[in-house]
Design a protein around this ligand. Structure first.
Ligand code: TYD
Ligand code: MG
Length: 455
């Protein structure tokens, strides 16, 4: 017998629980569990197996499939993150903090795709059409052939899209959409899930590309974009720090392209401008070489990007010293501190450690390990690294240095920006680049000895 009890789900990670609790057991967030109303948690009716369905058409794995035709917007930073332009009938989620610039980005994207001939509809559940027109004016898009609507009723939206049949529909935002099939408030997990499901299946059924905007929510009753990540083909995060102009569009999932690609933009008074040379931008605020500052030669997707890492190490007044990281993984920082202590005998006990990736950039490459270790040591010893030097390489728990992929691309980018030397792990295909003196080392102890004269 099907029970009609309700279920509970986490607004952050969408995990489902039979009862309410204060903290999500799955993602560890507090106050994110809310009740799903209007969704039966019982098993499906048992008539399913009794009736016969129609037979599926099975095809061979080897069947030839042409790659999907893509449309480029002409915004190269966006096209690259999409995997080389927009794929028809694809469902895309663009997620980010409120106020980061999602609506600005998508209105610009709408204008760009529309002027490339795609019939484009922009539906806003957050702003009135007059407001959107004002923004379009500011962005210089008043004449772009984009059709607008301010609407939150999903049934009306789908009916309109069904008759208009655009090639691209932008829904801003998924948390404001409201489906009358589900009887709970807009923004709840079940509403967001239902609205996203209806829109993505519409995209597949009718060959319309759909872009869903999702606000990242910290806590409370509004469901976060993770609830819909599994339903869409492509998940893009729009990131940036408040107080910084840089914005990074990052693919975290892409069925039609690489999933680690980034696009870099700058928020200006007239909308988002593309940044074609991100390294120059990220390094633009760098001053004289100083202790704790190290330039990491990274790779983001298919592109080399140089960023400055800044570390501060100071005696701690606390019994539990602070470990504060912005733009990098705190677990990985703990690991590097442990390796420095265990393998090189350099303790950080009793010291507060702060690590910051300059410019509001977030990095996740393991190849940043050696640059992080350099910044930490440089700060701790109060010794600046040699000027015009970039650092990269992965550190293993044994203290061995592992070569990073795409060494040559990293070095070329460094040379292009005026760097003259690089420190990297030995082994692998250690190819140099013109104008760069490459110093290679095989383990962290050797690195500490050679660069900081200790260890
Ligand atoms: P918005 O796109 O509304 O953010 P989201 O949709 O992610 O909530 O962007 C809001 C911010 O961007 C706002 O603080 C103003 C700023 N902005 C500019 O700096 N320049 C511009 O041309 C525009 C349109 C917005
Ligand atoms: Mg918005």
């Amino acid at each position: 017998m099907a029970k009609s009890s309700s279920s509970f789900s986490c607004t952050s990670c969408a995990a489902i629980f039979p009862k309410w609790s204060g903290r999500c057991d799955n993602c560890g967030e507090w106050n994110t569990i809310s009740e799903d109303k209007g969704i039966s948690s019982g098993p499906p009716s048992k008539s399913l197996g009794a009736k016969r369905g129609s037979a599926m058409v099975l095809t061979d794995l080897s069947a030839h499939e042409d790659p999907p035709p893509r449309t480029n917007s002409g915004l190269a930073e966006l096209d690259r993150v999409l995997g080389g332009g927009l794929v028809p009938a694809s469902a895309i989620l663009v997620a980010g903090d409120p106020g980061i610039g999602k609506s600005t980005l998508l209105l610009q994207a709408a204008g760009a795709f529309a002027s490339k001939g795609l019939q484009t509809v922009y539906v806003s559940g957050e702003e009135a059409s007059a407001q959107i027109r004002m923004r379009a004016q500011r962005l210089g898009l008043s004449d772009a052939p984009v059709r607008l609507a301010a609407e939150t009723n999903l049934r009306d939206i789908l009916t309109t899209l069904e008759t208009e049949r655009p090639q691209l529909a932008i829904i801003d935002s998924i948390q404001t959409m409201w489906s009358d099939n589900v009887d709970s408030a807009p923004g709840s997990v079940s509403q967001v899930r239902a609205a996203a499901h209806e829109l993505t299946s519409f995209a597949k059924r009718r060959g319309v590309s759909v872009v869903l905007v999702g606000h990242v929510t910290k806590e409370g009753q509004i469901a976060g974009p993770r609830v819909v990540e599994h339903m869409v083909d492509t998940v893009l995060y729009f990131e940036g720090e408040r107080g910084h102009q840089f914005r990074i569009l990052r693919a975290v999932k892409n069925r039609f392209g690489p999933s680690d690609e980034i696009g870099v933009f700058e928020m200006t008074g007239r909308g988002l401008a593309e940044v074609t040379n991100p390294s120059a931008l990220f390094l633009s605020e760098r001053g004289q070489p100083s202790p704790g500052s190290v330039v990491f030669a990274g790779i983001e997707g298919t592109r080399p990007v140089l960023v400055e890492l800044q570390a501060l190490v100071a005696p701690s007044p606390h019994s539990q010293p602070r470990r504060t990281v912005v733009g990098w993984d705190s677990g990985r920082l703990a690991m590097i501190l442990a390796v420095l202590e265990a393998r090189c005998g350099i303790p950080f006990a009793g010291l507060d450690v702060y690590l910051n990736v300059a410019g509001g950039m977030k990095i996740s490459e393991p190849a940043a390990d050696l640059a992080v270790a350099s910044a930490l040591l440089s700060a701790r010893e109060d010794v600046a690294l040699p000027a015009e030097t970039v650092v990269f390489g992965e550190i293993s728990l044994s203290g061995a240095l592992r070569p990073a992929p795409q060494t040559e691309n990293r070095l070329k980018e460094a040379a292009k920006l005026g760097f003259t030397s690089a420190i990297a792990p030995s082994g692998g295909k250690a190819v140099g680049a013109q104008g760069i003196t490459l110093r290679t080392m095989s383990d962290l102890t050797g690195f500490v000895g050679e660069i900081f004269g200790a260890g």
